[in-house]
Design a protein around this ligand. Sequence first.
Ligand code: PEP
Ligand code: MG
Length: 755
Amino acid sequence: MRDMSAGPRVLLKRLRELMAEPLEPQERLDRIVRQIASNMVAEVCSVYVLRSDGVLELYATEGLNKEAVHTSQLKMGQGLVGTIAASAQPLNLSDAQAHPAFRYLPETGEEIYHSFLGVPILRAGRTLGVLVVQNKASRNYREDEVEALETTAMVIAEMIATGDLKKITAPGLELDLTRAVTIAANGYNEGIGLGHVVLHEPRIVVTNLLNEDSDKEILRLAEALGSLRISIDDMLQRRDVAQEGEHREVLETYRMFAHDQGWVRRMEEAIHNGLTAEAAVEKVQSDTKARMMRLTDPYLRERMHDFDDLANRLLRQLTGYSGRATDENFPLDAIILARAMGAAELLDYPRENLRGLVLEEGAVTSHVVIVARAMGIPVVGQATGLVALAENGDPIIIDGDDGQVHVRPMADLQKAYEEKVKLRARRQEQFKALRSVEPVTKDGKAISLNMNAGLLVDLPQLAESGAQGIGLFRTELQFMIASTMPKLEEQEAFYRAVIRQAAGLPVTFRTLDIGGDKVVSYLRSQEEENPALGWRAIRLSLDRPGLLRTQMRALLRASAGAELRMMLPMITEVSEIRAVRELFQKEVQHLSKFGHSLPRKLQFGAMLEVPSLMWQLDELMAEVDFVSVGSNDLFQFAMAADRGNARVSDRFDILGKPFLRILRDIARAGDKNRTPVTLCGEMAGKPLSAMALIGVGFRSVSMAATSIGPVKAMLLGLDAGQLAEELNAALDDVRSDEPIRNLLLRFAETNNIPV
Ligand code: PEP
Ligand code: MG
């Protein structure tokens, strides 16, 4: 390829110098346009900057009337400049005035110029403005000139991004880059988070734009691409790929992109125009993204994410920089923004600094959301496109109640939210006042309210919330945080600490529930087509008895002299419980033989999460001391709707007839068999669904600690008998198709029950 870098190279070098000089912003911008005009042998060079009100304002010009600066304005989509901004595509015209979008601005005096070349000023795919050159003579700008102007626009993008232009922006106006953005998404965990953005996968900001030697940069790019391709092939070959959530299809797409000659050629061209390899990757990434962001086809938009991920990987290869916030610059009020995230990754962040989590994907029962809820931080999901609109450090507000996200909020909104936070704090105080009030319904039914936990940091909430115990302790979280398998002693010490901090209140330990979407990196299993239906939870434990026995030994030792409540996840057949009991007995014998003291009492329970147990209820209840419904899994299996896939997880109503009938059957079987039945899925923590649970006969539930207050406030005003009557009648009515949810809402409203 012919090296066309000489012209642009000189220009870029000069622009870099101008950027470094101690100049006033207007002066700097004026000199920049002068440089570009002279270098490109153009009579005109102008910069339009996009304001937050969607107006493109002329910020500097060489060649047009100077009086037009800060006066001439075009709306997004209006005129040639507005068209470029709206489409994020260059326009190269030999006769500008013949173009249908041309709009004559008399104050500029541009009527004498015929040819026109304009390119968008882009940053991370966002349009920040438009850069234009014009000539009197009618001419077509060459491809390399278009390319050179695009490269130059990167320098101006940097100038805009650093906030340099703020000083020359009229008071009361703002640039688009700093525009306040609000996205309506879904609230996954209530609460309001005020803080600053931390991008989970931060964009790498390339500061070294200008190359010294394009051949060397071409080589660097080729090497980085080579390593990238090898790493993708490696990932494709690794059997654990599926477990990491990086599906084969995505990796195949990555591979396709990584070998895409068009992509490589465009990056090489940018290098020939004077950019470093990393700046070339960023430029092409930004151009492509800007174009793809305008696509409406969801499949292609999804591919944009893949392409973006891939370009980021390439940038990391080239810069050796992860872009992660380091401990020193990690904000004290961090709100994490991610496209998707594993539960363990969230736990990597300093918990005391976390004020919220926003996901572009995810569903309300996905594990990262459960972990976030256990941590008590507000969560918003399905915030499509948010990551591209935010920068690390941007002020942000997330509202987990109504699902709104506000990036760079206006001062009055910020104030309103601060007020809201104060109000919530007051409401929390009111719930706190309920802490020692007995959870008894208006008609005298005692309801046991317990909390879910999984980390030691959850424990203080036991006393604060007034929960009667821990109804679900997710032991797998300790395994998910660790980088290697926790040893017997570590497990024992951990359980001991939990029991000690529970200060005599009962703790129900669930044995390891890994597999599915709960990934434990050091426990690799084979790739599975359907991990949720695969080798997980008790299945894995029974196939790896050493693992289960170690855990049971740790639990037995930690509960010496006390009560041990243990429950088994994902039971499908009652025989599985018997198999675990056999292993458990061996552990008991082993400990007695070596003189260890044993728990004073053992309560053996099973989780009801697999629908097959519905037809073994009597056998199940004969076998165990208690049953705990895992409604998250039971609902996903009963409705055949993946709990982690937002497209289907909200499709069916958890308060619909089928599921409430299932729950009622379980509660009735519990009564009949005199087996305590509880429920520890997410629905227990929502006042309306907790009310429904009481209506179908549940007298015990377990939920996130923060839900105890609201659920208690609900039940204190509830006549459980009256609700049961109305609810049962509706559930038995085979002719009515009125949603049960409506009945429940109406019941709450007429009886003044806070839900
Ligand atoms: C459930 O499935 O409802 C449950 C409580 O278990 P987990 O969410 O940990 O799968
Ligand atoms: Mg479960």
